[in-house]
Design a protein around this ligand. Structure first.
Ligand code: HEC
Length: 109
């Protein structure tokens, strides 16, 4: 029984809500390779980090201004506790170009 509950919990964490479009394959590959998906859902609730839809909403008024700041935070990590949860660890494998593509997709640019 415990194992079934654990399996369901894991499934609930990894399944994106049907309503939000899945990222294109190259963006999904970046998310997967850098474990972004472990902490972020596309939309809905906060896992460890906020859902991408929440992040997009927060910076919707100034996407161009947010882009370089978010690229930096995604690559180097964020301990600012901006979202009142946990810090985000750095993603050292993530290139500048990959971070740019990922953040642009999150912001809907
Ligand atoms: C171990 C969990 C974890 C991983 C892995 C992770 N994040 Fe995060 N992410 C967080 C947390 C927690 C926050 C909120 C940090 C804060 O409040 O300062 C966050 C915040 C963010 C933000 C918003 C930052 C801001 O300044 O508002 C973006 C964008 C983001 N993550 C994208 C990514 C991408 C892209 C990846 C993969 C390259 C990734 N995250 C990997 C946990 C994670």
């Amino acid at each position: 029984m415990r194992r079934i509950i654990a399996t369901l919990a894991i499934a609930a964490c990894t399944l994106p809500p049907a309503a939000l479009a899945n990222p294109p394959a190259e963006i999904a590959a970046i998310f997967k390779a850098n474990n972004c998906t472990v902490c972020h859902l596309l939309s809905g609730r906060t896992v460890v980090g906020p859902a991408y839809a929440e992040i997009a909403a927060r910076y919707a008024d100034d996407k161009a201004g947010a882009l370089p700041v978010l690229i930096e935070r995604v690559r180097k990590g964020s301990d600012a506790k901006l979202w009142g949860q946990a810090p985000m660890p750095p993603s050292p494998k993530l290139s500048e170009a990959e971070a740019d593509a990922a953040v642009r997709w999150i912001l809907g640019m």
